[in-house]
Design a binder for this molecule. Structure first.
Ligand code: UT7
Length: 325
């Protein structure tokens, strides 16, 4: 059976570290509140790098680690809610900079589930025999759309990018997945609204602030715990794999309390969940691949291990994938 196997992982984040204490200097918050409510201690914030710079950094690493030429890349899919432009796509900018002249390149958007959705699309192209390989990247500079005067959101997010180079395989790879969307509650997490203004229509009033990330934190929290628990359960059940067989779960790095609840509800030991939100915060579509890359770089996973990636976010959306490494 043809599957899609992750051959290499990579990540690229800005150098600038902003701690909780740094944030307490600009909004009414504290290290204690942020740590207790989220598990986040610091995050990387761009000091000029745009999303494409981070994404290109990741793509270059992927080529190097996988030891493949840029010309051999068939497909580039980037996931982002903060691309440099509406057009060109981030993926086309990556294509140009790395010289992947033979690739088809496009973006998708599924917020914090973006990497899961992008990997799923790449998997379908590969399984169907259309392409043999792909670069899949999640990249964000959320600092562009965060309201730095709103303590309820600005403490949560960070900038960064992560990704994977995947190839057609006949043994290991993606073995099961579940993607889901619940558009009827899209308004509990929004950002980047662009008003419909033109020469014949006044700018809609009161929409300027809708550029910024706005969130009903408690509703998103409720949605996250429910969707992640159900989708992990469904994926394991469909694959006939027990939680005991999993080496690691790489969850979206939004809030350690969400992960604790998921761990309790599924009765999966907390230490099977790989977390680095204390150092990177919530980097949306980049969060799962940045964590996966760390896990991989540390040598904590070996070929043949079963790992599970799971994300949730704006849309609302979720995605869970079971992989034999
Ligand atoms: O990628 C997907 C994105 N989002 C998420 O996954 C977020 C899911 N939700 C959450 O993680 C949590 O809901 C938050 C961390 C956002 C908030 O935690 P919470 O325990 O739900 O707090 P809350 O919103 O109920 O606020 C509790 C209190 C409020 O004060 P009062 O009304 O009790 O006096 C807030 O004003 O905490 C206050 N507060 C803060 N205080 C200090 C809110 N933000 C802050 C802050 N520092 N940064």
């Amino acid at each position: 059976m043809i599957t899609t196997r992750i051959i290499a992982t990579g990540a690229c984040v800005p150098e600038q570290i902003i701690t909780n204490d740094d944030l307490a200097k600009i909004v009414d918050t504290s290290d204690e509140w942020i740590t207790q409510r989220t598990g986040i201690k610091e995050r990387r914030i761009s000091s000029g790098e745009n999303t494409s710079d981070l994404a290109i950094g990741t793509a270059r690493q992927l080529l190097e680690k996988a030891e493949v030429s840029a010309e051999s890349i068939d497909l580039i899919i980037a996931a982002s809610v903060t691309p440099d432009y509406t057009t060109p796509s981030l993926a086309c900018m990556i294509q140009k900079e790395i010289g992947a002249v033979n690739a088809v390149a496009f973006d998708i958007t599924a917020a914090c589930s973006g990497f899961m959705y992008a990997l799923s699309v790449a998997d379908k192209y590969i399984r169907s025999g259309v392409y043999d390989n792909a670069i899949v990247i999640g990249a964000e500079t959320l600092s562009k759309i965060v309201n730095w005067e709103d303590r309820s959101t600005c403490v949560l997010f960070g900038d960064g990018s992560g990704g994977a180079y995947v190839e057609k395989s006949e043994d290991c790879g993606i073995i099961q997945e579940e993607l889901g969307s619940k558009g009827e509650i899209y308004d509990i997490l929004t950002g980047g609204y662009t008003p419909c203004s033109n020469a014949f229509n006044d700018v809609e009033s009161g929409v300027d602030s809708m550029w910024y990330v706005s969130m009903n934190g408690r509703e998103v929290f409720r949605f996250a715990t429910k969707s992640v628990v159900t989708s992990i359960r469904n994926v394991l059940e469909k694959a006939g794999v027990s939680a005991d067989e999993l080496k690691y779960i790489v969850p979206h790095q939004a809030n350690s309390r969400i992960v604790e609840i998921v761990s309790n509800k599924l009765k999966i030991p907390f230490d099977k969940f790989y977390m680095n939100m204390d150092r990177f915060g919530n980097t949306s579509s980049a969060s799962v691949p940045i964590a996966l890359n760390e896990l991989n770089e540390k040598g904590l996973i070996e070929r043949g291990d079963k790992i599970l990636l799971t994300g949730f976010g704006g849309g609302m959306t979720w995605g869970t994938m079971l992989i034999t490494w």
